[in-house]
Design a binder for this molecule. Structure first.
Ligand code: DC
Length: 226
């Protein structure tokens, strides 16, 4: 059986995770968020107290990363050596370290091996920054999801304010602009629209409406129902 991979790339808080998960569910595919692979390795780098300058040891962590996923209660859980590390993926220290780690060429090569292994036997929806451009450039269905930076900052703000009522929208917006700049200008695998990708601006779309848009191009002859 030929494995089908659908790629979704886009900037931070463009809704890739919610959209990717729902699209995968509708199609009966597995869902993999590749940012979580970089985050999982970063957790181990922190635990082992390896300096991010130590490219060799950091890369070794990713070469030895034994990652498994399972869907539980409508979300994908990540397991490393049997330990469920999902709840740590978005810790502040991890979020700060991961862009530095993701900019190391050798780490990206090691992650590519993990990405190929994870899709080797299952139809997959994978989200990230370089999935349709570098990892699976030849797939049939590629999407680039985006939204106005103010809309994305508002989404992020609403997630953060639940945990910290002192968080300021203006600060979140500035951080988001910085993250965009980092992602777009980094030397290795900068964020860009993959060749052949369908661009969807979901500033004014719900997750469901975004997925419906995607399904129209994936299954043009299927009449959609709820
Ligand atoms: O989407 P995210 O915020 O969880 O991604 C975490 C980091 O990993 C972010 O700095 C971008 C980087 N990343 C990447 O370089 N390539 C990918 N395919 C996915 C994420």
């Amino acid at each position: 059986m030929e494995i089908d991979v659908i790629t979704i790339d886009g900037p931070t808080s463009s809704g890739k995770n919610s959209v990717g998960f729902l699209l995968a569910q509708k199609l009966g595919y597995q869902y993999i968020d590749s940012g979580s692979i970089y985050r999982a390795g970063s957790i181990l780098v922190l635990r082992k107290k390896i300096s991010s300058d130590n490219t060799e040891e950091v890369t070794e962590v990713f070469r030895n990363l034994r990652l498994k996923t399972r869907t539980h209660d409508h979300e994908v859980r990540f397991l490393v050596d049997g330990e469920d590390i999902t709840d740590f993926l978005h810790n502040t220290e991890v979020t700060q370290l991961v862009p530095v780690i993701a900019a190391i060429a050798e780490v990206r090569e090691a992650v590519k091996v993990i990405q190929y292994k994870l899709v080797s036997s299952k139809n997959t929806v994978m989200t990230g920054r370089d999935i349709g451009s570098e990892i699976f450039p030849n797939v049939k269905h590629k999407f680039f999801l985006t939204a106005d930076v103010e809309v994305r900052a508002k989404r992020r703000f609403e997630q953060l304010v639940v945990k910290d009522p002192n968080v300021k929208y203006e600060v979140v917006l500035e951080n988001m602009k910085d993250r965009d700049k980092q992602d777009e200008t980094r030397e290795i695998s900068p964020l860009r629209i993959p060749e052949g990708a369908i661009v969807i601006d979901n500033s004014n779309l719900t997750v469901e409406q975004t997925v419906e848009e995607m399904l129209k191009s994936i299954q043009p002859n299927v009449i959609l129902s709820d």
